[in-house]
Design a protein around this ligand. Structure first.
Ligand SMILES: [Zn+2]
Ligand SMILES: [Zn+2]
Length: 358
């Protein structure tokens, strides 16, 4: 079957190959025919070595499709069921799962060192234990989460990562207070989802910050009250908060430099939410005086910062009611054969989300 492969970390192009086989089927596993997958910034980060990932590998972790087959002991899905591919399946029995913090379950990462694919040239890994830039993928059955019939595959795919991450940062992690001031730094698909979450919670002011003009325009359509470039942020802080700083600042880039800006843009006693996925060798510097004296809360948000399946259900309910716009997030659509065009659209910032139809 067909899959897009990165041969070595650091390469910027994928090769679409037709000689790939999805491997690892057996008890507790599910084989999925992928129908749609979103391109998330973490795919680029893994390709570039920012996020740890063995190579060669098939990127893609934001997907949806149909179950083709299930292994022994799997009862929650059956062949023909429509599913979201969840890259962070909950084991249900570890301390994190028992507390309801399934976004912190590490069980899914235990398989990360096991190849998900094979081709005549050798074994291939799947990104984050999945690898949805492929016609078929074999995953832990917990990764196959059933979706209602009225949710199209392209929308379901977005729920698999970016939308859950961004909405959850505002709804779960920050729990934005009505009437508050918010800044969102980084307005791709995740940042726009955080903006929609802040709007749902009743934020009075939502300032979108992004260097790309088309993203700033999109942010205004999705609920931002103003949109500025990074060098206009200090002025916006002055105008919106009289210089005090925002009640909430979301860092949706994953770099220490923007996290530092976000910290400085948060008011004393306010909340910095770290959503971006950054590198292990990129350190954020804070001095011990400001940390204590300014009492800013730093809240990291992993995969929406709440129970993953509840987050999916809530997103579907909000989408069905027309309270969040997921359709509008998909700005580009390409077949898998044009995956490299999709990568370019993400790098140049012209896409909020590119849906790859498989
Ligand atoms: Zn992602
Ligand atoms: Zn667990």
């Amino acid at each position: 079957m067909r899959a897009a492969v990165l041969h070595e970390i650091g390469q910027d192009k994928l090769e679409v190959l037709d000689d790939v086989e999805a491997v690892g089927f057996g008890p507790g596993r599910a084989r999925i025919r992928v129908r749609a997958t979103g391109l998330c910034h973490s795919d680029l980060s893994a390709m570039g070595g920012v996020l740890p990932q063995p190579a060669p590998f098939v990127p893609g972790h934001e997907g949806a499709g149909e179950v083709l087959d299930v292994g022994e002991g799997v009862s929650h899905v059956k062949p023909g069921d429509r599913v979201v591919v969840c890259w962070l399946p909950a084991c249900g029995v570890c301390p994190a799962c028992k507390r309801g913090q399934t976004q912190l379950c590490l069980a899914g990462f235990m398989n990360a060192g096991t190849p998900n694919f094979r081709r005549p040239g050798g074994d291939l890994f799947g990104f984050a234990g999945t690898g949805t830039f492929a016609e078929e993928v074999v995953v832990d059955a917990g990764c196959a989460v059933p979706i209602p019939d009225d949710v199209p595959f392209d929308i379901a795919a977005l729920i698999g990562c970016g939308v859950t991450t961004g909405l959850g940062a505002a709804l779960n992690t920050a729990d934005v207070e009505a009437g508050s001031s918010v800044a969102v730094i980084g307005c791709g698909g995740v940042g726009i989802s955080a903006i929609q979450g802040a709007r749902l919670k009743g934020a009075a002011e939502i300032v979108a910050v992004d260097p790309v003009g088309s993203r700033r325009e999109s942010a205004l359509r999705f609920g931002a009250t103003r949109a500025v470039s990074p060098d206009e942020l200090a002025d916006a802080k002055q105008q919106v908060t009289a210089g005090e700083g925002f009640d909430y600042v979301f860092e949706v880039v994953g770099r220490s430099a923007t996290a530092r800006t976000a910290y400085d843009t948060t008011r004393r006693g306010g909340t910095l939410v770290v959503v971006g996925a950054g590198a292990m060798d990129d350190y954020l510097q804070l001095n011990m005086f400001e940390l204590f004296f300014d009492e800013k809360r730093i809240l990291p948000s992993m995969y929406g910062g709440g129970d993953v399946l509840r987050s999916y259900e809530r997103t579907i309910a909000l989408w069905r009611a027309g309270r969040v716009d997921l359709d509008g997030l998909i700005t580009h659509r390409v077949p898998l054969s044009e995956i490299n065009e999709a990568l370019d659209q993400m790098r140049t910032g012209t896409a909020l989300r590119t849906c790859i139809e498989i």
